[in-house]
Design a protein around this ligand. Structure first.
Ligand SMILES: C[S@@+](CC[C@H](N)C(=O)[O-])C[C@H]1O[C@@H](n2cnc3c(N)ncnc32)[C@H](O)[C@@H]1O
Length: 188
């Protein structure tokens, strides 16, 4: 599926979406690991979910923002021809219904909550499954040149990266592509 019109729309509306490089990494991993079931945290207008569905997967995706939910629903109604995407219009942090098990979890939502998302959703990941996190470098901002709120966020992302590297059940690699991407494989 050619989603370049949706990419252009996101750019025009200044809505952050996945970069081509990070999407290429996801596609490569989906093919390599025969991924079928994907959980995405952070739908926005549905660009990455539609792209991932086009690689042959089913995608459950969380979005909490009313405007984004409306936009995503509009795009899914139109382009998710084979009904491969289920939108959960909820805050992923407070959603309590049982989920199924996944081959891949893609975390692309509020950066300050990555560790919480990881802890909450990895119990639903199969052994051998993958967690991909985007935006871990936060534009390589210099902590000395940003406000306190952004400094706190940068610190949180550094803590999260250490947390990821230290997980005994996961083997994690970090890539300087997109805005900083991690790939964690659940090894046990
Ligand atoms: C970077 S955008 C997602 C982009 C999308 N994955 C793509 O590449 O097309 C992040 C989205 O996550 C949503 N979000 C942030 N925290 C969330 C939460 N706790 N639960 C659900 N959605 C959340 C935001 O509203 C925002 O639309």
């Amino acid at each position: 599926m050619n989603l370049s019109f949706l990419k252009a729309y996101a750019l025009e509306k200044r809505i952050p979406i996945i970069t081509d490089e990070a999407l290429a990494l996801i596609k490569e991993q989906i093919i390599k690991h025969h991924v079928k079931e994907v959980l995405e945290i952070g739908t926005a207008i549905g660009y990455s979910a539609l792209a991932i569905a086009s690689f042959g997967c089913h995608v459950d995706t969380f979005e909490r923002d009313e405007f984004m939910i409306e936009e995503a629903n509009k795009h899914f109604d139109r382009y998710d021809e084979h009904h491969q995407i289920t939108l959960f219009p909820f805050d992923a942090l407070t959603y309590v219904l049982p989920l199924k098990s996944y081959d891949l979890i893609f975390i692309d939502a509020a950066k300050s909550q990555y560790q919480t998302f990881f802890k909450k959703f990895t119990p639903y990941l199969k052994v051998g499954g993958l967690v991909i996190c985007d935006n871990l470098n936060f534009h390589h901002l210099d902590p000395a040149k940003v406000n306190r709120h952004t400094q706190a966020l940068l610190r949180k992302l550094e803590v999260f990266k250490r947390f990821l590297a230290d997980q005994p059940d996961f083997q994690t690699d970090f890539f300087d592509l997109g805005d900083g991407t991690s790939l964690s494989v659940r090894i046990k």
